[in-house]
Design a protein around this ligand. Structure first.
Ligand SMILES: [Zn+2]
Length: 157
C-alpha cells in the first residue's frame, strides 16, 4: 500500500517536475529498495534467527529474471515484464502464491518471487504513467489500466 501511495505521488510529481527527472529517480529508488532493502526487513523482522539465510534466498529469487534471456530481443526499453516473460505470467504468479503455503524454504522463495513481481508491477506502472502508448500492446495492459483506474478514476484511461 505504501508503495502504491508513493506511485500515485510520483504521478503528481511527474506533472510538475518533468525536467528534474524526479519520477525516474523515484522509480530507480523504489526498484532497488524493493529488490535489496525490503527483503532485508522481511528477513530481519520475520526470520530473525536465520535472517542471513533468508535474505540470501530472497535475493536469489531475482534469478527469475533469467526468463528474459528467452525473449527476443533480450532487452527492450519500455517493455513490461509482467505477462510477457514465462516466469512473469499469471500462471507463474499463481504458483508463487501456492509456494507461500509450503514449508521452508519454498515459502521464502514464494515471498521473494511475489515481491519481485510487485517490484516489476511498480516499474510497469511508472512506464505506463510515463508513456501509455509504449505499453499499448503489453499483455499486462488491462491489469495496469485497472490498477490505475482503481487508484485515480479521474484520469479516465
Ligand atoms: Zn522481473
Amino acid at each position: 500500500m505504501f508503495f502504491v501511495l508513493l506511485f500515485l505521488r510520483s504521478g503528481q510529481l511527474q506533472k510538475g517536475a518533468d525536467q528534474q527527472n524526479k519520477p525516474i529517480q523515484l522509480q530507480v529508488f523504489l526498484h532497488y529498495f524493493l529488490h535489496l532493502v525490503f527483503p532485508f526487513f522481511i528477513a530481519f523482522l520475520f526470520f530473525r534467527k536465520e535472517w542471513k539465510k533468508v535474505y540470501l534466498i530472497l535475493l536469489a529469487t531475482m534469478l527469475v529474471d533469467a526468463d528474459h534471456l528467452l525473449a527476443t530481443p533480450v532487452f527492450q526499453a519500455n517493455r513490461c515484464s509482467l505477462g510477457f516473460h514465462y516466469l512473469h505470467t499469471v500462471y507463474a504468479i499463481a504458483v508463487y502464491f501456492v509456494l507461500l503455503f509450503l514449508p521452508k524454504p519454498f515459502n521464502i522463495i514464494g515471498i521473494g518471487l511475489l515481491l519481485h513481481m510487485l517490484a516489476d508491477l511498480i516499474d510497469c506502472m511508472f512506464m505506463f504513467n510515463h508513456c501509455k502508448v509504449c505499453l499499448a500492446n503489453a499483455p499486462a495492459i488491462e491489469v495496469l489500466k485497472a490498477i490505475a483506474n482503481f487508484f485515480s478514476p479521474h484520469l479516465s484511461l
